[in-house]
Design a protein around this ligand. Sequence first.
Ligand code: SF4
Length: 331
Amino acid sequence: MGRYRDWVNLELLAAELADEPPYRARQVWAWAARGASGYDEMTDLPSPLRAALAERVPFSTLTVEDEARSSDGTVKVLFRTADEHPVEAVLMRFRDGRRSVCVSSQSGCPLTCTFCATGQMRFRRNLTASEILDQALHFRRVEPIDHCVFMGMGEPMLNIDEVIAAARRLPDLGVTHRRTTVSTVGWLPGLRRFVDEVEEPVRLALSLHAAEPALRSELMPVNDRYPLPDVVAECRRYFELRRRKVFVEYVMLAGVNDRVEQARSLAELLDPQVFKVNLIPYNPTGAFTGSSPKAIAAFEAELRRRGLPTTVRLTRGRDIAAACGQLAAAS
Ligand code: SF4
């Protein structure tokens, strides 16, 4: 990973400002985090310094390659890193005013979940903290943002150092830790570090998708390496340390994981004191079909009947292929 470090905006910036007073780097970052679109807006910096920075430190580590806008206000952007790898991020606008950014932590993903467009792409590399933050900053330049989910391309726990570094800076952009969620498919080494090291109230989500071991392994090969009971136990440890419930993400696939008896298995696995379930209508990416609204409602009713707090996610950006990896896969 070392050679990519040269392009990290924040590190390059620190090197460029080495002879300046220490508050200069903070000034530049504060402007960027508030949505400045270039160094020329940073009026409290001497103009020769602004010019030098503009020449030597790229303002973003990413360039925009494509953008898709949904009729529901969702915006999806395909970026390229300086070494030409695809990165996707999505801005979701909700009626209650929330503005949530979904960021990628890797370009591609090595984990090959069968229902996921990113999993079908070639894995490129981990993103740096600056590349993660630049996705959120892109949208912050357009409008205020207040939520961030690490649910785009990649498994965040495989890139835990950069994910933690990025999450720690998000409050400067207007996204508090309580409104930041890091999602995992259950990559235990990274999850353990997340639980041990992140003392800030950043939220945790577990992509679960099937309670039965054989089916889960079929959908998510990571299950063979880190069995679900161990992952659930680690989520419980997070709850015991932080007193925050863990969100369970469960994508609804017709005829695969959406039967009422499968809802019962899920309810048996999950302690309602620790977990909340979020059922996700599927954005089709090829191999699977999404469950019908009727099947989703029956599944939800069964979970609730068994005391498990459950919601159904609003579908966003369906007309622009907003599921992670869909835009990059089509380009
Ligand atoms: S669901 Fe997440 S972990 Fe699985 S292949 Fe897609 S990006 Fe990777």
